[in-house]
Design a protein around this ligand. Structure first.
Ligand code: EPU
Length: 420
């Protein structure tokens, strides 16, 4: 197993290129199952989660080839309809093959995803939406077993106790493209990754309206074609580098970052005292002033993303004063608190909130990554901490950040990978 080692204290300077969005690439790869024709998808980040999705598609009998950041999918008349536990248990996003399989093959058998370190992650909204489209779904021996031979359009409310669901929207949207009649999804997710998926589906011949809003209308078509598509840049990776500049009092340009995807983060960072501006399709960040505390609440897009909560917490650890984070998407997504506290942070968890008392300095320590975004938070803390930080279980980071240590090194950080 690999670990990352960081000698903290370097101000980041220079520019960094953002990779394609993992969370857009995964449902888009699943959407390629909706046709027999070939699709070409570019700007795909070669991350572990993408490899897992490729494994699932191959296990269904699909020809798929990845070279650098391009994937060619050639479904043909594939015959598989089962996503096995041994793959699904390693990545929850595997669930997004369910909708495409039901709509294109008329049947699906997808393992129920297992537990998740960021808290309970039910799939009731996926099942509710697909059932409302007429799919017959049973749970048997740990598998979702579905019959989608008689799908019919419907008006479906997709909101749950925590608002809209990204992948439930993706699943039902994909299935609805091949469902006869007009389907209306209410309280649908409008995250940029859903918009990217819808744009890919439209290129495949789907009829979709309203994909930037909470009400999406889909007019089912008989058949979809293959398409060429470039995945959008990863807003969470971009946001993580914005925070890396902020925490190290650096000055960096983030190339390929879309400011419109990061409104909530940028608004809060300006309150903190970070200078941020938009130059073409880059974001310029400069952090020189004393950083002030802020309060944030995570919410569905365009609210503050839960996937930047841990990284924002790392920054708040070194702001002068008290900040409060309230987590409204995954109320238990706070595994990083104890590790940040081991580095000298002063964070207290109070229900679904964290109260962070800023400290003048963090100190490097051996810490353990618990999930993808928590790992990124530990990297940010390590960049500013005094001395050496060793982050173990770095495979979590490899699920979602392409060459993070290389990108940070080029910005002047002292960071490297070692075998544990
Ligand atoms: N929810 C339900 N029922 C459902 C589905 C979700 O109650 O059937 C709840 C969840 O428990 C949560 C909320 O709805 O409280 C939102 O969850 P959502 O379904 O939107 O999450 P997801 O689609 O499974 C995606 C991202 C996550 C990201 C969330 C929220 C992908 C592959 N994953 O997950 O990304 O945190 O949306 O924005 O797109 C990550 O990249 O680190 C990551 C965890």
């Amino acid at each position: 197993m690999d670990k990352l080692v960081i000698e903290g204290g370097k101000k980041l300077r220079g520019s960094v290129q953002i990779s394609g969005a993992k969370n857009a690439a995964l449902p888009i790869l699943a959407a390629s199952l909706l046709t027999e024709e070939r699709s070409v998808i570019t700007n795909v980040p070669p991350l572990r989660d993408v490899q897992t999705m490729i494994k699932i598609l191959r296990s269904l009998g699909i020809k798929i080839h990845m070279e650098e950041d391009q994937i060619i999918v050639q479904p043909g008349k594939y015959s598989g309809f089962t996503a096995l536990y041994k793959i699904v248990s390693t990545m929850r996003a595997s669930i997004c093959v369910l909708g495409p399989l039901l709509a294109s093959k008329g049947k699906a058998k997808v393992s129920l995803p297992g537990g998740c370190v960021i808290g309970p992650r039910p799939i009731d909204l996926h099942l509710k939406g697909l059932r409302a489209l007429g799919a017959k779904i049973k749970i048997e021996h740990g598998y979702i077993v579905g019959d989608g031979k008689k799908l019919k359009s419907n008006r479906i409310y997709l909101g749950g106790p925590f608002g809209s669901s990204v992948l439930a929207t993706a699943n039902v949207l994909m299935a609805a493209t091949l469902t006869p009649g007009k389907t209306i999804l209410e309280n649908a997710a409008c995250e940029p990754e859903i918009v990217d998926l819808a744009n890919f589906l439209v290129k495949m011949g789907a009829k979709i309206k309203g994909q930037k809003t909470h009400i999406i209308e889909i007019d089912g078509v008989k058949k979809l074609n293959g398409a060429h598509h470039r995945i959008i840049e990863d807003r969470i990776e971009a946001g993580t580098y914005v925070l890396a500049a902020a925490i190290t009092k650096g000055e960096i340009t983030i190339k390929g970052a879309c400011i419109g995807h990061l409104g909530a983060l940028i608004d809060k960072l300006r309150e903190v005292g970070v200078v941020i501006s938009n130059i073409g399709n880059s974001i310029y960040v400069k952090s020189t002033r004393n950083l002030k505390p802020v309060d944030i609440t995570t919410l569905p897009f365009p609210g503050f993303p839960t996937d930047l909560q841990a990284q924002m917490m790392a920054l708040m650890c070194v702001c002068s004063g008290i900040s409060v984070i309230t987590e409204k998407i995954y109320p238990e997504r706070f595994m990083h608190i104890s590790e940040l506290n081991r580095m000298g942070a002063q964070i207290m968890k109070e229900g679904s909130s964290a109260i962070i008392k800023g400290v003048p300095k963090l100190s490097g320590a051996p810490v353990m990554a618990s999930d993808l975004r928590a790992s990124a938070a530990l990297v940010l803390a390590g960049l500013v901490a005094k001395g050496r930080t060793d982050i173990s279980r770095v495979y979590h980071l490899d699920r979602g950040y392409q060459k993070m240590e290389e990108k940070l090194s080029r910005l002047g950080a002292k960071i490297w990978r070692e075998k544990e």
